[in-house]
Design a protein around this ligand. Structure first.
Ligand SMILES: NC(=O)c1ccc[n+]([C@@H]2O[C@H](COP(=O)([O-])OP(=O)(O)OC[C@H]3O[C@@H](n4cnc5c(N)ncnc54)[C@H](OP(=O)(O)O)[C@@H]3O)[C@@H](O)[C@H]2O)c1
Length: 251
């Protein structure tokens, strides 16, 4: 699949591993200038060693002020991918501790709002027609067991998509969510039976490959989606179309 991002500049958060790393690499290979933000230096070091044109930014998006400081001198960008996110610990909704809820919301929700504010303001000032893609989850659309903070964070992120799309539309800045089901990345490799449980509920009978999330993201960043904004895009092999969705991730 080929996209042309020559002359474009995009910031990808959570670019050290998994989906974010794959998006950063695909954009770089499509001619884009990529700013890759992540919180662990070693993963950024290997990314830049493999792809020297990528510009690393070491930051933890849960640190609001520090992230602002690290992004404030960035040039105006054409795109942002809010991908940084963590799943957190498995816990029943009634037992989930406040600290765990705050920790997940700080990264998955407030971190994305902070980056979107910064990047969008620069787009508005420079009169750039931009695109922001929030990597949400099917868990933001339908409840699933054991991960209350994560699911709430992704539902909130989907409203961030709609709210920013509403307010940025007049500036020709588009905002969309991509909502994967299970994708094989370091985030999910420790979850027991996840693939088995979810594939049994998925019409297509399998989990997603990382590139099957990357392609929709590149489409949403590109001009091929120039009238698409404020939308959620499940990448789930039909999982959400199945009313029997019921799976306990913790088992
Ligand atoms: N994999 C799935 O099945 C799946 C399904 C639906 C949605 N998603 C979403 O897709 C996104 C990427 O997931 P993934 O599976 O690729 O995860 P991953 O393999 O764990 O990679 C996440 C990357 O984000 C970085 N990161 C985490 N917290 C950060 C923070 N506070 N500040 C900066 N960087 C941070 C991580 O850094 P470290 O190297 O320090 O950990 C890592 O490089 C997440 O938002 C996730 O919720 C994933």
């Amino acid at each position: 699949m080929s996209f042309d991002f020559n002359g474009k500049k995009v910031l990808v958060t959570g670019a050290g591993k998994g989906i974010g790393r794959a998006i950063a690499i695909a954009l770089n290979e499509a001619g884009c200038k990529v700013y890759a933000l992540s919180r662990t230096k070693s993963t950024l070091d290997t990314l830049v060693a493999e792809h020297p044109k990528i510009v690393p930014i070491l930051a933890d998006v849960s640190n609001w002020d520090d992230t602002r400081r690290k992004l404030e001198d960035l040039e105006p960008l054409n795109g942002l991918v809010n991908n940084a996110g963590i799943l957190g610990e498995s816990c029943s909704a009634v037992d989930c501790p406040r600290d765990e809820i705050i920790k997940i919301l700080d990264i998955n929700l407030l971190g994305a709002i902070n980056c979107a504010q910064l990047v969008a303001k620069k787009m508005i000032d420079a009169k750039v027609k931009g695109s922001i893609v929030n990597i949400s989850s099917v868990a933001g659309i339908g409840a699933c067991y054991s991960y209350l903070p994560y699911n709430v964070s992704k539902a909130g992120l989907d409203m961030v998509t709609k709210q920013f799309a509403l307010e940025l539309g007049p500036y020709q800045i588009r905002v969309n969510s991509v909502n994967p089901a299970t994708v094989v990345t370091p985030m999910v490799t420790n979850l027991k039976n996840t693939a088995k449980g979810l594939t049994s509920q998925t019409p297509m009978g399998r989990v997603a490959k990382v590139e099957e999330v990357v392609w929709p993201v590149l489409y949403l960043l590109s001009d091929y989606s120039s009238m698409v904004t404020g939308q959620l895009h499940p990448v789930d092999g039909g999982l959400l179309s199945n009313i029997a969705v019921k799976y306990d991730f913790s088992k």
